[in-house]
Design a protein around this ligand. Sequence first.
Ligand SMILES: [Zn+2]
Length: 241
Amino acid sequence: MSAHDWFVEHRMDYVARTLEESELRTFQDHLARCPECAGEVASIERDLAWLPMGAAPVALRPGLSRRLAEGVLETRGRRWMRRAMPAAMAASLLLGAAGWLAGRLETERLARELQERDRRLAALTDTVSITRGADRVLQASIDMDGREGGILIFDDSATHRWNVVIHGLPPAPAGQVYRFWFICEEKMVPGAEVSAGANPALFTLPMPPEGGKVMGAALTVESLATPPMEPRGRTLAELML
Ligand SMILES: [Zn+2]
């Protein structure tokens, strides 16, 4: 490992403000002398411009999705473990609180909610572990019947997995379903059915085994009756790598 590798590894931490004081000074000092790192940092900052820490936040609704995205992104870096659990648990409790406030006090339903909460916590923990390694974040806004939401893809080239966050989607129209697609060189490959009931929806996908090189992703709304071979419905978002 060369001395420069440390700077390469910690570019995202620098942008995410998770470096220690002394590390920060070392990094800033290096930035002034290294055009390569300066360029990369500027590019990461552009990618993350939608975040509150960026200059021009776009299309992220206030509330849970923002807090969740912050929690997920703030957990990057060496100290991710310490921060990851409180962030995940806080998000999980927030998700659960809505149900509780609605007055659903029946034992059975509470048990189900706890189960669901555990499931979401597991998903969030997985999200955090993948997101910590993400070296690229793609973002697009979604306009669904006047409601503005968004889609975020955390691309982890080390594990070849995508971690996808979709927020602000209204329930799918009757008889329809949201579907995530990989745009591959040869064709569109179905990725996952997106549950709009869980808001934000989180899922992790390995790269598709067929279709050739992955070029991007799309979110469509499809008829439940359509077998998921190719998209036929309306495209809500499209992101190209
Ligand atoms: Zn450098």
